[in-house]
Design a protein around this ligand. Structure first.
Ligand SMILES: Cc1ncc(COP(=O)(O)O)c(C=O)c1O
Length: 402
């Protein structure tokens, strides 16, 4: 049975979709007809240079990563058809979690089907009434929703937002929190490791110092930094010469540099991870990470640890691309990350520029409202270690024609 076209729901939905079409903001999903790599085969456009994947280390179609996933399904089948605390944990989950803990320099870790889920688990589970969560204003949507969930599930958890990467603003929020008699519990500070839409970094050493001064706990979601930032790709903390252990908790994804399949994790102190296992709703009521991913992500981390030269190649590619983009007159925020946003203004402009690039054989996505604030639409160029110099030249050449 279908919903009648005159039903209020159908009319409302059609009006929203028509409005998006009218404004030129309607997103069309591109269909990729082969594996992810420096080039991809797109339905309707053929082989294109790919500059919009988070495949930062080029591991998404690495033969060892692919073979590991196949081995996972051969060894364990598709899954246990159960949540983990009932009968859903396989030994490869345990192996992967111990490798993630080692990578992040933390006591323990626990995996989820996505980092979105990890962020929806960490705040509602670890925070309690009387706590306050202080969040950077440009934090990822999954952090924002995780905090919203925590404050709506447990009344009495407070939340506030500090200005993006602004240490005066963070200090002010910490001072206010310490002076607030309703904040009798833990102060939490949370930041992206690499801001996904700006491609910039938080001043992590200063944030750490402020957290220590105010006895606050620090959570870093380094989804775009793990495998990318620092000499050996440990993440944003390594970029700043910090140890992973100086961060209280990490959340992160396995769906970007670390194999690109899917999956997320929380890494932190053993007892906190145990609490997540005992009480986290996404852990208690949702299936485990597919075993294929438990194998392939484990292999991706092994490759990262074995071949730090991939991180160096990514860094060289980022420097070349950023220089090229600037040379042809586009404004690209200065930053060492692999995310190079070119701000263009209106959403419709970003979408039409992205379409023109596709016609030129280059796949770069235009982001607009509501993913970024209105009027700040952008082309987000993302660089990979899998790109060769000629690919980056192709990108710059196509951009110069816009
Ligand atoms: C900072 C950050 N956190 C979380 C996520 C969500 O990751 P996942 O795709 O594993 O849910 C993303 C993905 O874009 C992200 O950029």
């Amino acid at each position: 049975m279908t919903i009648a076209t005159e039903h209020a729901f159908a009319a409302r939905t059609n009006a929203i979709l028509a409005d998006l079409q009218d404004k030129g903001e309607y997103k069309r999903l591109q269909m990729i007809e082969g594996p992810m790599g420096p080039t991809v085969k797109l339905r309707d456009y053929g082989e294109c240079l790919c500059f919009c994947s988070n495949n930062y280390l080029g591991l998404a179609n690495h033969p060892e990563v692919v073979e590991a996933g196949l081995q996972g399904i051969r060894d364990f089948g598709a899954g246990t058809a159960s949540v983990r605390f009932i009968c859903g944990s396989f030994s490869p989950h345990e192996r992967l979690e111990s490798r993630i803990a080692q990578l992040m320099d933390q006591e323990a870790s626990y995996t989820f089907v996505s980092c979105w889920n990890a962020n929806e688990a960490i705040f509602p589970t670890l925070c309690d009434p009387g706590d306050i969560i202080i969040s950077d204003e440009l934090n990822h949507a999954s952090i924002i929703d995780g905090i919203r969930l925590a404050t709506s599930i447990k009344k009495g958890i407070h939340k506030t937002v500090y200005k993006h990467a602004d240490m005066n603003s963070l200090r002010e929020k910490l001072e206010t929190a310490r002076a607030n008699p309703d904040v009798s519990g833990v102060i939490w500070v949370v930041t992206d490791g690499v801001f996904s839409m700006e491609g910039d970094l938080p001043p992590l050493p200063e944030i750490r110092a402020l957290c220590t001064e105010f006895d606050a706990l620090l959570i870093v979601d380094d989804s775009h930094g793990t495998g990318v930032m620092g000499e050996t790709g440990r993440g944003v903390h390594e970029h700043y010469g910090m140890k992973g252990a100086e961060i209280d908790f990490f959340t992160g994804t396995l769906g970007k540099a670390l194999g690109g399949g899917a999956g997320g994790f929380i890494a932190g102190p053993k007892n906190a991870i145990d609490l997540i296992v005992q009480r986290g709703r996404p852990t208690l009521f949702s299936n485990a990470l597919p075993v294929t991913v438990a194998y392939s992500a484990d292999k991706a981390i092994e490759i990262l640890m074995r071949e730090p030269e991939r991180v160096q190649k990514l860094r060289d590619n980022v420097a070349k691309a950023r220089e090229g983009i600037r040379k042809i007159g586009f404004d690209c925020l200065e930053s060492p990350t692999a995310i190079c946003p070119i701000i263009v203004g209106e959403t419709s402009k970003a979408i039409s520029m992205s379409k023109r690039l596709l016609e030129l054989g280059v796949f770069v996505i235009g982001f607009g409202y509501p993913v970024v604030p209105e009027g700040e639409a952008r082309l987000r160029v993302q660089i990979s270690a899998a790109h060769e110099s000629s690919h980056i030249d192709g990108l710059i050449n196509a951009l110069s024609k816009l």
